[in-house]
Design a protein around this ligand. Structure first.
Ligand SMILES: C[C@](O)(C(=O)O)[C@H](CC(=O)O)C(=O)O
Ligand SMILES: [Mg+2]
Length: 280
């Protein structure tokens, strides 16, 4: 499955936060999913500040792996500690079913890369984490994210990316670039598979997937888009229920029971049960 990530020329990758959303992405036709820390933590009612544990993340990777064969890129934040922790993080997440893992060079508590007040670790400390990740991985890709642009500027982010590549990172993720020109400069200087983060309400202006491809990016993630759309839809539905005491006016906004069951392969299990009983 990591082969899909390695061999594809270009991939548009939605952020998911549970098995249902991963299945939806698969059924709609996406070729890979991104388990977003931002969306996952929000779905747990928690801020994205590096507060969940490795075990909680691995549990979700296993649950998603159970239902889909799509490649999963896992957002592992800062790797749950220092280099030796990163070693274990990689082992655990790969066994759980991850095909790629993203580690970022922020200090803890980490933040969404598009917020103010971030801090970065030294390039050397990040290189140690990347080396630990490479020693631990069997097949999965190691994606090194640098948050440095917003703190030390684009040139520092470019220099860090070069060091991370030299250390062996497979993919570079420059976080929170602010214009097409910056994305273009980065891809001109950093000759490697690159991942662009097209999150909304952040520092990056809207750039389409196709434009990112033309700018030299191999992967584009839309990490929290479906969470935010669903969150607003759920809030509106709750308000209607509270006000009207009936869901009648919501029906045309709903996935039907049949459509819902198709996503979760309900009918497969129903048929399996019949076949097993008929056979015996
Ligand atoms: C990509 C990201 O790391 C995520 O957790 O999905 C976030 C996205 C977001 O908060 O919008 C990020 O730090 O950019
Ligand atoms: Mg994240």
């Amino acid at each position: 499955m990591s082969e899909v990530l390695r061999k594809s020329d270009f991939l548009v990758i939605p952020g998911v936060f549970n098995p249902f959303t991963a299945l939806l992405a698969e059924k709609v036709g996406f070729k890979a999913v991104y388990l977003s820390g931002g969306a996952l933590t929000s779905s747990l009612g928690l801020p994205d500040l590096g507060m969940i544990t490795l075990d909680e993340l691995a549990w979700m990777v296993r649950r998603i792996r159970e239902v889909t064969d799509l490649p999963i890129i896992v957002d592992a934040d800062t790797g749950f500690g220092e280099a030796i922790n990163v070693y274990r993080t990689v082992r655990v997440l790969e066994k759980a079913g991850a095909n790629a893992i993203q580690i970022e060079d922020q200090v803890l508590p980490k933040k969404c890369g598009h917020l103010e007040g971030k801090e970065v670790i030294t390039p050397r400390d990040m290189v140690l984490k990347i080396k630990a990740a490479l020693k631990a991985r069997r097949d999965m890709l190691i994606i090194a994210r640098t948050d440095s642009k917003a703190i030390n500027g684009l040139d520092d982010a470019i220099n860090r990316a070069k060091l991370y590549l030299e250390a062996g990172a497979d993919v570079i993720f420059p976080e929170a670039l602010e214009s097409k020109e910056e994305f273009a400069k980065f891809s001109k200087e950093v000759r490697a598979p690159l991942l662009a983060n097209m999150t909304e309400f952040g520092k990056t202006p809207f750039i389409t997937a196709e434009e990112f491809r033309d700018l030299g990016y191999k992967y584009v993630i839309f990490p929290v888009t479906i969470f935010r759309v669903a969150a607003k839809a759920m809030k509106e539905a709750l308000e209607v229920l509270l006000k009207e005491g009936t869901q009648k006016n919501l029906l045309d906004k709903m996935m039907t029971r049949k459509e819902q069951y198709e996503v979760i392969n309900y009918y497969f299990y129903e048929n399996l049960d019949k076949t097993l009983s008929n056979d015996s």
